[in-house]
Design a protein around this ligand. Structure first.
Ligand code: PMP
Length: 356
């Protein structure tokens, strides 16, 4: 006799970065924004009429889609919104990756992609990044059932040029190419203008990083109206009301405050560039990053040991004990004060442990 357990869809879930809660901690492990959201968001929360929670939210999320459409110069029909970009990407994988041919993505990238592929039983091939952790676009000119590229990539911060994105789009008219731009607002170039030329492109972005709203969960996709229609149909086959009323109004308030968005992203970029110099001065190897984090390694220092030592100090960064990246740490860019505290510790640590 078979057991009910034989019929279970068993999955290896994605493991998000830890969310420790110490009053004195410096949290540089999950690429959150160190600054608060726009003050307009707090105003939206204060003005929110709790009594409206009696009613279901707008299943079409019209207000937020219109605000995003206006900001990016597209039609509201070209915008899909979800519960963080994880939700948007999960729906997009299910919608667009429905082939027997494998989908393609790099071996070192956002570690949720293989989890969704496994969950949905989508065949996939992970193409190795070059030794310098960059993508060779020619690798993506082979038969496939879809492509997903994080640009800038995570956890490396490396950007793939628009010319290379275009090579991948032009070479794959039969596949949906998802460009995950979670980190694009920190100096990267968005693929959005390529939507005019390529109807196989879906661009995914988030409010979690550059709009400082990881806690409220808003992500969005921009593509052709046809593509967004397919995505919406799949979403509506799960849950028509993924976006609640409070989230929708906070999202609108955030997108409309362009000046604040520009101010905090510029601050983070400036802090990042200073951090690159300071890491390098301590002997770390730091590739150029277009994201709100740096992916660093030190020739004489064990990444695992440094990760643990930082943790003792309640300075949290991200470490993966995985092939090719087990000597790297990913460090989110915090405020200048937080980075000062990090470097004060690193200077002492390297002095003590860094001599070969
Ligand atoms: N894409 C990438 C590349 C990420 O690093 C993250 C953050 N973990 C996400 C998507 C998802 O972010 P969110 O769901 O908060 O929008």
């Amino acid at each position: 006799m078979s057991a009910w357990q034989d019929n279970v869809r068993r999955v290896e879930p994605y493991i998000p970065g830890e969310q420790p809660d110490f009053p004195d901690m410096i949290k540089l492990n999950t690429n959150e924004c160190p600054y608060p959201p726009s003050p307009k968001v707090s105003e939206a929360v204060a003005a929110f009429a709790g009594s409206s929670l009696r009613l279901y939210p707008d299943p079409n999320c019209r207000s937020l889609r219109e605000a995003i459409a206006k900001r990016y110069g597209v039609a509201p029909e070209q915008v899909f919104v979800g519960v963080g970009s994880d939700d948007v990407l999960a729906m997009a994988f299910m919608t667009f990756f429905n082939s027997e041919k494998p989908i393609l993505f790099p071996d070192i990238t956002y570690s949720f992609y293989d989890v969704w592929a496994e969950l949905y039983r989508i065949p996939y091939v992970q193409l190795p990044l070059k030794d310098d952790f960059t993508i060779d676009p020619k690798d993506y000119l082979r038969e496939n059932g879809g492509i997903v590229i994080a640009n800038p990539n995570a956890p490396t911060g490396a950007e793939l040029s628009q010319a290379h994105i275009e090579t991948i789009l032009a070479g794959n008219p039969g596949s949906t190419v998802i460009v995950d731009e979670a980190y694009v607002d920190f100096g990267g170039t968005s693929a959005l203008p390529l939507l005019e030329k390529y109807d196989n492109l879906l661009v995914v972005q988030t409010f979690s990083k550059s709009r400082a709203m990881a806690g409220i969960r808003i992500g969005y996709a921009i593509g052709s109206g046809e593509m967004i229609g397919y995505l919406t149909a799949v979403r509506n086959s799960f849950n028509s009301y993924t976006m609640n009323r409070l989230t929708l109004s906070c999202g609108v308030a955030a997108v409309e405050d362009e000046a604040y968005f520009q101010e905090i992203t510029a601050k983070i970029i400036a802090t990042r560039e200073r951090a690159v110099e300071r890491f390098r001065a301590l002997g770390f190897i730091v590739p150029e990053s277009k994201a709100n984090f740096l992916f660093v390694t030190h020739p004489q220092i064990s990444a695992a040991a440094l990760f643990a030592a930082l943790r003792e100090e309640h300075i949290f960064v991200r470490y993966w004990n995985k092939k090719r990246i087990s000597e790297h740490l990913r460090v989110t860019i915090g405020t200048d004060e937080q980075m000062d505290a990090l470097f004060a510790f690193l200077e002492k640590y390297i002095k003590k442990n860094g001599q070969a």
